[in-house]
Every structure is written in structure tokens, then in C-alpha cells.
Design a binder for this molecule. Structure first.
Ligand code: HEM
Length: 402
């Protein structure tokens, strides 16, 4: 696909893939003096690190600042755990969050998309994030958990405090992180209290929602404790909301930016799933993942000491010519597309099927409802802090109805 001439300032999202490419060209593994971290930038080493949790731990608590309220969330939050605890918790939660449960959400996601787009039915210009990309995933998660509709708004409020990204600078240091944790502590406390109450309510009155199933799930005779369920709910909110919002916004931007994409997808809607994979490769919402080295190890010819922080760079790995043909080309027909945007190994994204399902339904509905969805001016597009997430914050679009 050829790239459209941009009208406005250089678009940040557009800069990211080149930035990652340049990073990768600096070498497969390198030490970043200013941050005191090892960066892993090529596909093979990124995959190797993610596949070896014994050497590269996901538990970063000894390297990160601590905050009391945040600590309560660490229980049940298995993305930051190693085996065997990780396996046990993931297995428990997997009982409730099965592929059938996810597939069963399709009609509800369709209805929600229709309802959200009906709300802008009389407008030719609207903000795609406000109208669709932001509310859709949060309502899906809240409904999944059995939260009553009148309380969905709470989830939206917490999500905006937790992921506004404004609390961090562009290259946050420890002090920034500590300040950010302090600032979000009251929100965390409020969420913790609310979710605990919801769990107690479901213990007394079970329904057919995920919360009730999490309460009942059992592995080796052991069940989840309330605080672990709260931690998992927080993880769902962190991992499942902003990332999906990002994917939807990034898809609309890239489809607009690479002229011909929209027409190609309308001519053959079955291509949409492959196009979504290419958006994921092109703009991973979380481009970097952290791991702690547990024992001295040699990686990419460098000796890494124990207890150092390693950042694996999914964005750079997704542009590795050793793994992708013409990685610098945005190609919606790319197949296979073994991007690492959902991670790799034991922590591979638990919600990937749900994110893909939401993206397919939402993007297809945009195509069905409108003859075109265009970004009239990139001057009006705003972006999230890329240190927090690679995504648009506001995306004014102009639509043409059939
Ligand atoms: C894990 C990305 C959507 C739930 C991960 C990881 C990545 C990721 C990179 C691995 C983290 C690591 O190894 O440290 C994404 C992206 C998404 C998305 C790009 C959307 C485009 C979702 C959704 C949910 C979800 C919709 C749930 C509703 C999770 C959970 C984990 C996880 C629970 C932890 C898995 C584990 O530690 O075993 N995600 N995610 N994600 N994701 Fe997603």
C-alpha cells in the first residue's frame, strides 16, 4: 500500500515503526546507559527471552517502586507472576474464560457496536475514540463480569485515571513511577472496594457471569480468593481495555493512511482478519515488555548480570527482516504474520481472541454503515503518551453514508 501525503504535522503513530526499525538496527541486544536497562530488539532474542521464564522473570516487584494499595492488586494479577503460581492462576481463570464464552459474546458485541454507532447516526463528523473505541471494550469487560449497566460508568472513570498516561513523562524514571502510583492510589482503593463488594454479592447471588464462574473455578481442589479475583479484574481492565481501544484507533488510522486499504477490504471483507493482524504488527499498543534477569546469562553475545531489567521490544522485533519479508511495508495481505504483539510463551495474551473478535465486529460494522471513514485532518488527532501506550487519544473522523 502506498502512503498518503500527510496534511498535518508529522504523525506520532507514523513515526513509531521507523523509530523501532532504527532501534533494531542498533544491534540485537544493547545496554541503555541512561535507563540502566538491557534492550532486546531482534525477533529471535525477544522470543527466546519470553520463552524462558526461569531466566527472565515477570515478577518485577524488586525493581519497581512499591505502593500499598497497588500491592493488593498484585494478588491474582498473574501477568507479573512466574511458574508455578502463574500456571495455577491462569488455569483457574481459563476455566471461566473459555473460547466458547468469548465466541458467545459476538451477538452482544454486535449489538453494542450498533448502539454506540446509532448514537452518532445524525453526525457526519465524530470522534471515533469517544464514540466507539473507548466505550466498547470497557462495556464488554463490565458486562462480562456481571456489573450492572448503571455502574459501567465507574469502570470508564477508573480506566481514564489509570491509563490517561499523563502522569508519566516521555521517558519515565523511578521517581515518575512513584509519583504516578501515589496519584492513582485513591482510584485503586475505590476500585478494590467496589470489586470486593461485587464479588461478595455474587457469592450470595451467583449469576452466569465471569465473576460467579471465577468464584466457582477450582484447580487441584483450590479456589481463588476474593483478593485474587479483584487482582484479576484489575488485570482485565488494564490489559483488556486500553489495548483494544488502541487497536481500533490504530486500525482506522492505518487504513486511512495507507490509501487503497479501505477499498481493498470493502472489495473482499474476508481479508479483514489478516488486515487486523497487520495493524497489530505495525503498531503494537504495548511495544515493550519488562523482565528481570534471575541469574547471570549470555544474550546476543553480552553478559547480563542477575537482577537487571531487560526490556524486550515487540515493536522492533515485528520489523525484523530475518522473520518478516519486507517488514517496512504495511501489507494487509501478509500471511503468515507471526507478530509478537500479543507476547509469546506462557504469558501469551489471554484476551487475544476477544480483542480480535471486537476488532472484527467493530471494523466490519464501520464498513457496512459508512461508504467511507476518513481522517480529515491529522492536525486534530491527539495521541496517548507513547511511554504508556501507542494509541490515539482523539480521532475525529468524517463519514460518508451510503
Ligand atoms: C497478556 C497485549 C487485549 C488480557 C498480554 C501480553 C501482551 C498483551 C503483550 C503479554 C504480557 C507479558 O508477557 O508480560 C494485548 C494487546 C491487546 C490485548 C495488544 C489488544 C489488541 C487483551 C484483552 C484481554 C487481555 C481484550 C482480556 C479481556 C490479558 C491477560 C494477560 C495478557 C489476562 C496476562 C496473561 C498471562 O500473564 O498469562 N496481553 N492484549 N488482553 N492479556 Fe492482553
Amino acid at each position: 500500500m502506498t502512503s498518503k501525503q500527510l496534511k498535518g504535522p508529522v504523525v506520532l503513530l507514523e513515526d513509531m515503526p521507523d523509530r523501532w526499525q532504527r532501534l533494531r538496527q542498533a544491534g540485537p541486544v544493547r545496554y541503555e546507559e541512561s535507563q540502566g536497562v538491557w534492550q532486546v530488539l531482534d525477533y529471535a532474542n525477544v522470543a527466546a527471552v519470553l520463552a524462558d521464564p526461569a531466566t527472565y522473570s515477570s515478577d518485577l516487584s524488586s525493581l519497581a517502586p512499591t505502593q500499598e494499595d497497588f500491592e493488593t492488586f498484585r494478588q491474582g494479577n498473574f501477568v507479573g507472576m512466574d511458574p508455578p503460581e502463574h500456571r495455577r492462576l491462569r488455569a483457574l481463570v481459563s476455566q471461566a474464560f473459555t473460547p466458547r464464552v468469548v465466541q458467545g459474546l459476538a451477538p452482544r458485541i454486535e449489538a453494542l457496536c450498533a448502539q454506540l454507532l446509532d448514537a452518532v447516526a445524525d453526525r457526519d463528523r465524530f470522534d471515533l475514540v469517544d464514540a466507539l473505541a473507548y466505550p466498547l471494550p470497557i462495556i464488554v469487560i463490565a458486562e462480562l463480569l456481571g456489573v450492572p449497566p448503571e455502574e459501567h460508568r465507574l469502570f470508564q472513570e477508573w480506566a481514564s485515571v489509570l491509563f490517561g498516561g499523563d502522569l508519566l513523562g516521555e521517558s519515565p524514571d523511578m521517581a515518575d513511577l512513584e509519583r504516578a502510583l501515589e496519584a492513582i492510589a485513591p482510584t485503586i482503593r475505590e476500585m478494590n472496594g467496589y470489586v470486593l463488594g461485587h464479588i461478595r454479592n455474587r457469592r450470595a447471588h451467583p449469576g452466569d457471569d465471569l465473576t460467579s464462574q471465577l468464584i466457582a473455578a477450582e484447580v487441584d481442589g483450590v479456589r481463588l480468593e476474593d483478593q485474587q479475583i479483584v487482582g484479576f479484574v484489575a488485570l482485565l481492565l488494564v490489559a483488556g481495555h486500553v489495548t483494544t481501544t488502541a487497536l481500533l484507533g490504530n486500525a482506522v488510522v492505518t487504513f486511512d493512511r495507507y490509501s487503497g486499504t479501505d477499498a481493498a477490504l470493502r472489495a473482499d471483507p474476508d481479508r479483514l482478519p489478516l488486515a487486523i493482524e497487520e495493524v497489530l504488527r505495525w503498531l503494537p499498543p504495548f511495544p515493550e515488555l519488562g523482565r528481570r534477569v534471575t541469574r547471570p546469562v549470555v544474550l546476543g553475545g553480552h553478559e547480563l548480570p542477575a537482577d537487571t531489567l531487560v526490556m524486550v521490544h515487540l515493536g522492533a522485533a515485528n520489523r525484523d527482516p530475518a522473520r518478516f519479508e519486507a517488514p517496512e511495508v504495511f501489507d494487509v495481505t501478509r500471511h503468515p504474520n507471526p507478530h509478537l504483539t500479543f507476547g509469546h510463551g506462557i504469558h501469551f495474551c489471554f484476551g487475544a481472541p476477544l480483542a480480535r473478535l471486537e476488532a472484527r465486529i467493530a471494523l466490519r460494522m464501520l464498513q457496512e454503515r459508512f461508504r467511507s471513514v476518513a481522517v480529515p485532518s491529522y492536525e486534530d488527532v491527539t495521541y496517548q503518551n507513547p511511554a504508556a501506550i501507542v494509541a490515539v487519544r482523539q480521532l475525529p473522523v468524517e463519514v460518508v453514508r451510503p
